[in-house]
Design a protein around this ligand. Structure first.
Ligand code: ITT
Length: 190
């Protein structure tokens, strides 16, 4: 099956390609197709905007991810607004801003959430969700991954997500869990 990977985030593309190997799908890039504005207030609403608009435009199934980090001491923010947190352009600036917001804060608990949707051109959708709990460190560690990975120490781990390889991150991460559920559902239908 041909599937468009409906994301403009290169880090997500790497993780999706690695996680779905073995399904026999031909994963295609977005090309110059624009993604819609994320006007929803939940991951589910935003992932549907992205997956359905691309499936309708390209006339083949589209896979999208909407995700975010929820920080306990910030009342669950930035959540669905994680990509726009502080209105900065780069991951590094956003990470500095998050550290600033948490300066002196003892409660460093946070969780990542990923909602993955496979949308078909006829309007059918499949949704999968994954979560990962952990803590926000006092400074960045590691060069891999993207976004908040250098600051995030998953519960029970000694390395941040940015110190892990793509398969290591996939085995425990929010996105890895959502994609594993999608993969299992489709392997079961083969
Ligand atoms: P697309 O909408 O094009 O897929 P995006 O990066 O804008 O890309 P989102 O709107 O879903 O995607 O925003 C998710 C943000 O949450 C992302 O930009 C990161 O800042 C953060 N995030 C999500 N998953 C992450 C992960 O696995 N590691 C680090 N940060 C993550």
């Amino acid at each position: 099956m041909r599937v468009v990977v409906a994301t403009g985030n290169a880090g997500k593309v790497r993780e999706i390609e690695e996680a779905l190997g073995g399904l026999g799908w031909q994963l295609e890039g977005l090309g110059d197709l624009p993604l819609p504005e994320e006007t929803g207030t939940t991951y589910e609403e935003n992932v549907q905007l992205k997956a359905c608009s691309v499936a309708f435009a390209r006339r083949i199934p589209a896979l999208a991810d909407d995700s975010g980090i929820e920080v306990a001491a910030l009342g669950g923010q930035p959540g669905v607004y994680s990509a726009r947190f502080g209105n900065f352009k780069t991951d590094v600036e956003r990470n500095v801003y998050l550290l600033e917001r948490l300066r002196g804060q003892m409660d460093r608990r946070a969780r990542f959430v990923s909602v993955v949707m496979l949308a078909y051109p006829d309007g059918k959708v499949e949704t999968y969700r994954g979560e990962l709990t952990g803590t926000i460190l006092e400074g960045p560690r590691g060069q891999n991954g993207f976004g908040y990975d250098p600051l995030f120490l998953p519960d029970g781990e000694t390395r941040t997500l940015a110190e892990m390889t793509v398969p290591e991150k996939r085995a425990i991460s929010h996105r890895g869990r959502a994609l594993a559920a999608l993969r299992a559902a489709h392997l079961a239908r083969k």
